[in-house]
Design a protein around this ligand. Structure first.
Ligand code: IPD
Ligand code: CA
Length: 294
């Protein structure tokens, strides 16, 4: 199917309705230790709400768009591939650790990709009633509590390298192995002063939701987000919002300027009149040849 025959704006509007319906379930849920399940380890968890919300989203989207494929975090299993067909990529709750702590950086993330390129993105945080939406070619917008939508980016100025940058990072749930060691190296290099071999960036932020952080980058409120090891459902929706706002998404490791949605290594850079390319190259230079398996 050709993406040009899809009414992306109409799809986006319907996805916003579904995200808000899902958001109400999340908002009203009361997660407890009894409804929280440990997956790989105590940093990788799921609740009954994640599963119920994914079921709801899948039912709604497959009833309206029966020919589109669906990939969701809670029903994904090894071997599921994202093909060129129109595919909804869904994280029912991005920020599950925040959700179980009552920390209000939690969202529903619904993306539509065509030929593995994000074309529609909706991210909705029900605790702040904060919505981001974008359809390819139609711009990206944010609104709070049903207020007037604002076009992204909210602010934009030239990028001036790593020094003045506020950068989103995440620890992820793997706390040993080569990717963890690379995290330690990148985080400390970004934080350290030049006298100790670092870049002394303005600040590092870790909010527990990749989707919300990429949306903040799209807003222009953070310069970048970097994570290796995250999944397509963490980034697909926010990626569309970022690009429609004028930002870029590149490989988290040096080299690839146009990675596929399931790349698992991501560097998002905010909208800017100049300096995006130089910013990426400076970031990549920290990693050098220090690659991992992702
Ligand atoms: C996680 C969050 C977190 C990121 C992890 C994701 P989840 O998603 O996006 O910020 O560091 O890689 O798995 O588990 O809350 O859906
Ligand atoms: Ca999730």
């Amino acid at each position: 199917m050709d993406d040009y025959s899809l009414d992306l704006e109409a799809i986006c509007s319907y996805v916003v309705e579904v995200a808000k319906e899902a958001g109400k379930i999340i908002h009203d849920a009361k997660p407890t230790s009894l409804t929280t399940i440990t997956k790989k380890n105590t940093a990788d968890i799921v609740t009954e709400t994640d599963k119920a919300v994914e079921r709801l989203i899948r039912d709604r989207l497959s009833a309206r768009y029966p020919t589109f494929a669906f990939v969701g975090e809670e029903t994904y299993h090894e071997g599921v591939a994202i093909t060129d067909e129109p595919t909804f990529i869904v994280d029912p709750i991005d920020g599950t650790s925040n959700f179980v702590h009552g920390f209000p950086a939690v969202c529903v993330s619904i993306g539509l990709v065509v030929r593995r390129v994000p074309k529609v993105g909706v991210v909705y945080n029900p605790f702040r009633q904060e919505l981001w939406r974008a359809a390819h070619g139609h711009g990206a917008y944010t609104s709070v509590a049903g207020g007037e939508p604002a076009k992204l980016p909210l602010t934009s100025s030239p990028l001036q390298g790593l020094g003045p940058a506020c950068i989103g990072i995440e620890w992820g749930s793997d706390r040993e192995g080569p990717n963890f060691e690379l995290n330690l190296k990148v985080f400390t290099t970004l934080a350290r002063t030049a006298a100790t071999g670092g870049r002394f960036v303005n600040s590092l932020r870790c909010t527990g939701s990749a989707a919300i952080t990429i949306c903040r980058v799209a807003n222009g409120q953070q310069e970048a987000f970097w994570e290796c090891g995250s999944w397509a459902w963490d980034v697909a929706a926010a990626w569309c919002i970022l690009v429609e706002a004028g930002g870029i998404m590149v490989d988290g490791h040096p080299g690839e300027w146009s990675p596929p949605v399931d790349n698992r290594r991501y560097l998002a850079v905010r909208p800017a009149t100049t300096g995006q390319r130089e910013f990426v190259e400076e970031f990549w230079s920290i990693i050098g040849d220090d690659r991992t398996t992702y």
